[in-house]
Design a protein around this ligand. Structure first.
Ligand SMILES: Cc1cc2nc3c(=O)[nH]c(=O)nc-3n(C[C@H](O)[C@H](O)[C@H](O)COP(=O)(O)OP(=O)(O)OC[C@H]3O[C@@H](n4cnc5c(N)ncnc54)[C@H](O)[C@@H]3O)c2cc1C
Length: 576
């Protein structure tokens, strides 16, 4: 089924739920205006729907055949990528001094959603290049920036991100790839990496690998990791000593090549240090945070795609007395759940992008720092909540199709298969929850999260003050959800990273997403009641979310604060 970019919904969520309109009005983005943003979104939507989306099925079937160290991408893939890069989409939010357009990360986030909705296997490739640009720009030497940034920004070359090794997955500190200093100031890299997205392909003439490795004098663990830029082809045009050894066969995103990479068959690949020795994790975190938001957006994307497809099917499929199945309450429930969860995840991701923009563009250091903390707090939620939603919504999409969802013909099954990876890569969702609970909630002694909860409360007050009958019990249900989030947060802060806190991390992240998502949908509904002639759908969605999803908050709160004993003390239930 085709994809229609929901540009009006995207623009509305960006402006009202994520605070982009207010940021524009404050002058955060200089003289950028709404009309320009709208036309960028329109154009991106057209490109995604017309050029990328038709390749999604082809990519799923063709995969990425591997022969003699080379990967062949599916028919049409290279032309689509080349025209996508030529249109300037890769450098949308990249620095102007290296050929980018310096547009807001928030606008780029909306576009990333559309590329991924059109095809997740296509969308994930450029995400890594965009993340690499940020890390190189922030940490690279002037020489490396001059040599590589221009071509990464234009998309003439693509980047990869290489952490994972067989013994080092979530535990990045266990990695063993080595880097030895060479006489000319560069390094020689030896070792291997697994599961590397777009590690090898035929889309671009060069591939720039960003590789984590250890120097000979490195301390153990993550404090002894350095980041190296390792080009497939060296500046003098010779082939570097790095190759793809194989490509994985996997559940979904078949057109995204997932490669095992080997370094140093001939003595060591030439690598260039990015940032300081042993401090590679700081640079990699810059890259990972961008990529984590982008992966969250891919969750939104697949949810949107699955929802469009399920709704179209439900309007057509006739069963029983009601005619089309869309009229049955249970099918309506599924479709509304899909729509509401998608909209909530979208709002959270866009709000994270606006926080990133503020962290880069606010006028004072204090305001930039506060925005940085807000972005840090929201990033694990954007990643994990949205990708969980991607899977749940794609699963509901299969269910709405009945048997036709389980067979491959309709494409609903592909969305479900594709969605699954997003909860695993860029740090599993379990690791995101740990990050939220052990590092982000305690930021500034809990002040960052407290400020955020206060903001949610202000939204709830505004909903109550609106007295809008169409919002039903939204105000009351969101009050309870935010109260639950507040109490669970206080409990976690008092736990100071105990085993009990870790046991409750995943339900806490979900509770956070439900409360925040519910409030953001309510913000949109209030804006729709105020400013928009066709606000009924947004109001209905906010109400549905509050009365059917946000109400899970009290159960989630109890899982966080009372569930640990039955997890930590339940060895018997897991014994062989
Ligand atoms: C298709 C695909 C593409 C990928 N692309 C890339 C890429 O481009 N670059 C790259 O570097 N890597 C990539 N990866 C690797 C990916 O990031 C890892 O698979 C992921 O981080 C998880 O690591 P792991 O597979 O070793 O799982 P493990 O770390 O073994 O985790 C297994 C389970 O244990 C849990 N777990 C592990 N440690 C803890 C802990 N301390 N506390 C609580 N729970 C824990 C996890 O949440 C998970 O549920 C890719 C993987 C796939 C499948």
């Amino acid at each position: 089924m085709s994809y229609r970019a929901p540009v009006a919904d995207i623009a509305f969520a960006l402006k009202y739920a994520a605070g982009f309109k207010a940021a524009l009005a404050e002058g955060l983005y200089g003289d950028l205006d709404e009309a320009t943003v709208d036309s960028v979104l329109e154009e991106a939507g057209r490109f995604a729907a017309d050029v990328i989306a038709p390749l999604n099925r082809v990519g799923d079937k063709f995969g990425t055949p591997f022969k003699d160290g080379n990967v062949t991408t599916p028919p049409g893939w290279k032309q689509a990528y080349t025209s996508w890069a030529a249109a300037g989409w890769n450098g949308l939010a990249a620095p102007a001094e290296f050929g980018g357009q310096d547009l807001p990360q928030a606008v780029n986030a909306a576009c990333i959603e559309m590329w991924n909705a059109a095809s997740m296997a296509f969308g994930i490739g450029p995400v890594l290049t965009i993340a690499a640009i940020d890390a190189l720009h922030a940490y690279g030497s002037d020489e490396l920036k001059q040599r590589y940034l221009g071509k990464l920004v234009s998309g003439e070359w693509m980047g990869t991100m290489q952490l994972t090794e067989p013994q080092a997955g979530s535990d990045v500190g266990a990695l063993r790839t080595r880097a030895a200093p060479a006489a000319d100031g560069s390094y020689r890299i030896t070792g291997s990496k697994i599961f590397i997205t777009y590690g090898e392909h035929d889309l671009t003439s060069n591939i720039i690998h960003f590789v984590l490795a250890r120097l000979p004098d490195a301390p153990p663990g993550t404090k002894g990791i350095s980041l190296f830029l390792v080009p497939k082809f060296l500046p003098d045009g010779t082939r570097n000593d790095v190759r793809a050894h194989s490509v994985e066969h996997k559940l979904g995103i078949h057109a995204s090549p997932t490669c095992t990479m080997v370094y140093g068959d001939k003595g060591g690949a030439v690598g260039f240090l990015v940032g300081e020795k042993h401090k590679g994790m700081a640079a990699m975190f810059t890259m990972m945070n961008r990529a984590r938001l982008a992966v969250g957006l891919s969750g939104v994307a697949i949810a949107e795609r699955a929802t469009q497809q399920a709704l179209a099917y439900a309007r057509e499929r006739k069963q029983g007395s009601a005619g089309a199945i869309v009229h049955y309450p249970d099918v309506k429930r599924m479709l509304l759940t899909m729509r509401a969860l998608t909209a909530a995840a979208r709002a959270i991701c866009y709000a994270t992008a606006v926080a990133i923009d503020r962290s880069l563009r606010e006028k004072t250091e204090a305001a930039r720092q506060a925005a940085h903390e807000r972005a840090s707090l929201l990033t694990p939620v954007a990643k994990a909540f949205s990708t969980d939603i991607g899977i749940e919504v794609a699963s509901l999409g299969v269910q709405v199709h009945g048997g036709m969802g389980y067979v491959e013909e309709t494409g609903a099954a592909q969305h479900y298969r594709d969605a699954r990876i997003a909860a695993i890569y860029e740090g599993t969702n379990g690791i995101q929850a740990l990050d939220l609970v052990t590092r982000k909630v305690p930021l500034e002694g809990g002040e960052t999260v407290a400020l955020y909860v206060d903001e949610l409360r202000r939204t709830v007050q505004a909903v109550k003050a609106s007295n809008a009958p169409a919002l039903g019990h939204t105000g009351a249900q969101l009050t309870e959800a935010v109260d639950s989030l507040d109490r669970a947060t206080q409990w976690l802060l008092a736990q100071k990273g105990s085993q009990a806190a870790l046991a409750g991390a995943t339900p806490y992240l979900r509770l956070f997403g439900n409360a925040a998502g519910g409030c953001m949908l309510a913000e949109q509904a209030l804006a729709a009641l105020r400013d928009s002639a066709d606000g009924a759908a947004r109001v209905a969605l906010a109400r549905f979310f509050a009365e059917n999803v946000a109400v899970q908050a009290s159960g989630l709160e109890r899982s966080v604060t009372e569930g640990a004993a039955s997890i930590l003390g339940a060895q018997a239930a897991l014994a062989e």
